[in-house]
Ligand binder design. Structure first.
Ligand code: MTE
Ligand code: MO
Length: 537
């Protein structure tokens, strides 16, 4: 009587891990537990060498851009989540194969014990990951770790039980050839049906629960942008048709961070701890920050250092918060303090020099975007704004600030990225609005509006130029920007000429410094190079 084969083990492992994933998912929404595949994925991302992570992200962005399947940051998060879940599914398949292989030469009656051992071998390390992660867990981290062990023991026991059933079905009819395979098949079909029901029910229910309490963004009509004209409403230069929105709708702001799902912070429980080389360490509530200090507002274009030339990892909104310089007066910095170490609930951290803090009053601890509390995925309840730096220098979900007396590398700096991460000047062609061709006084001469953005952190843009093919650089019109820290919308009305043409754009900073034309990749200091678009007319 043949024992069930390794292929059967793989199949059973796959079915049971699908059910396990659905149960873990449901539990995460039902009981405030972490969704374990995401926790393991996030942990892996933190322990793998920076070069491997960068390579992975880079490959992912290349694929997303090549396939043109949607906003890079959203698709990338979805891809990460898929990888996380696939990782557990693969683990389940391997576990199935291993158990079925191990049991071949053993008494089938001991399959459940063997399954439990296997469950513990997977579950205990995973539980340790869950236990030691810094993320806040609503149900408590110990509960989450225990739940992890229980879930994997359950998985292992189920695997063992299925093995024993398959083996005994075979053993029950010794010699009765023809009976045994059908029974096995029937059992497998039933198992498939049962796991499918669990998987679909768990996933559907979990999804419903997730939707029910989505930590959404405040409704559009409550936002600052719905109630106020943009400060440049009277600007002379109109964007060319097809230029991106000058002010990014809140739900379209790009998102980049090291979490498969954003950390959930309870705003009531949360405190900002200020400690280290200060005279009066403090613990501030969100209400303290909002009420004790005059709010500062700033329209800001943020960009990710991983944004490629003409990429979509950059957005603009209105930030509101407390001047950090002002806040520090109240805690009384000791003379030895030279830097601030900022830590976030997701294990992210950065170190900012006090010279930088003192040099720019716009540097702020931010609690609102577009007039409403920070969206969960953008760092609720508190993030920092450091003018002129890429996003990697600007922690979201801040929990503590410690004054220290030396520089230390932050999260991405330790992983090989630029220690200052000053934003590069960049310019992009968003549109060549052929459909909007404008007929001039002389009907023979028509112009096509070409437009886009230019941005150089807080250094401003003084000039944008556009070139057709290898022709001379022509000046573009600049729209008055939303502020001195946002991108500038430019426009060039191109005298139409039929044929194939390549358009290239370049910009100059406020002080005349030209954008770097030599192409370089995003790592380690941000992309440089010019953006070109080719069009056939
Ligand atoms: N705590 C925390 N803060 C973080 C990150 C992170 O992973 N964790 N990512 C940084 C990076 S790389 C960028 S580009 C910006 C993006 O901010 P956004 O997602 O709100 O656009 O957040 C920064 N702050
Ligand atoms: Mo970033």
């Amino acid at each position: 009587m043949p024992r069930p084969g390794l292929l059967a083990g793989a199949l059973v492992g796959a079915l049971l891990s699908a059910a396990l994933i659905a149960i873990l998912y449901l539990a995460s929404h039902l009981a405030g537990l972490p969704f374990i595949p995401f926790d393991v994925f996030d942990w892996t991302a933190r322990v793998l060498p920076g070069a491997v992570i960068t390579f992975g992200i880079d490959a992912m962005v290349t694929v997303i851009r090549a396939l043109d399947i949607g906003p890079t940051s959203e698709v990338a998060k979805l891809a990460e989540q898929t990888m996380a879940i696939a990782g557990l599914a693969v683990t389940g398949v391997v576990a199935g194969i291993v158990l079925f292989a191990v049991m071949r030469k053993r008494d089938a009656a001991r399959a459940i014990s063997a399954g439990l051992v296997l469950g513990a071998i997977i579950g205990v390390p995973v539980a340790l990951i869950v236990l030691t992660r810094g993320q806040p867990v609503a149900a408590g981290r110990v509960v989450a770790a225990l739940w992890t062990v229980v879930a994997f023991l359950g998985f292992g026991a189920a695997l063992g039980w299925v093995y024993r059933r398959l083996a005994t079905v075979a053993a029950a009819e010794p010699g009765a050839a023809g009976v045994e395979p059908i029974d096995r098949r029937r059992f497998m079909i039933r198992l498939g049906g049962a796991t499918a029901v669990i998987t679909v029910a768990g996933a559907t229910l979990g999804k419903l629960l997730a939707g029910g309490r989505a930590a959404g963004v405040a409704p559009a009509e409550e936002r600052w942008s719905a109630m106020n004209p943009l400060p440049n409403a009277g600007a002379q230069v109109e964007p060319a048709e097809g230029t991106r929105p000058e002010f990014t709708p809140l739900d379209e702001h790009y998102r980049i961070d090291i979490n498969a799902t954003p950390p959930v912070v309870d705003g009531e429980q949360w405190r900002l701890r200020i400690s280290g080389l200060v005279d009066r360490p403090a613990e501030l509530t969100l209400a303290d920050l909002r009420e004790r200090y005059e709010p500062t507002h700033q329209l800001i274009t943020l960009a990710c250092i991983s944004n490629r030339i003409a990429g979509d990892l950059t957005s603009t909104t209105r930030w509101t918060g407390v001047s950090l310089g002002r806040l520090l007066q109240d805690v009384g910095l000791r003379p030895e303090a030279t830097h601030l170490r900022i830590r976030s609930v997701d294990g992210f951290d950065e170190v900012v020099a006090l010279d930088v803090v003192r040099a720019d009053p716009r540097l702020m601890l931010t609690y609102a975007w577009d007039g409403v509390p920070l969206p969960q995925q953008h760092g609720f309840p508190l993030r920092i704004y450091i003018p002129d730096r890429y996003g990697m220098k600007q922690p979201k979900w801040i929990e503590s600030i410690e004054a220290i007396d030396q520089w230390e590398p932050g999260y991405w700096v330790r992983r090989g990225w630029d220690r200052d991460a000053l934003m590069r000047a960049t310019s992009v062609i968003d549109t060549i609005a052929v459909d909007m061709m404008i007929i001039q006084a002389d009907p023979q001469s028509m112009t096509v509006p070409i437009g886009g953005i230019a941005h150089a952190g807080a250094r401003g843009i003084s000039r944008v130029e556009v070139r057709m093919d290898d022709g001379p650089w022509q000046p573009a019109l600049l729209r008055e920007p939303l502020s001195d820290t946002t991108w500038v919308i430019w426009r060039y009305d191109w005298p139409f000429q039929p044929g194939k043409h390549t358009f290239t754009v370049r910009c100059f900073e406020r002080d005349g410094t030209p954008q770097i034309e030599t192409p370089s990749s995003v790592r380690p200091s941000g992309a440089t190079g010019l953006h070109s678009l080719r069009e056939v007319f």
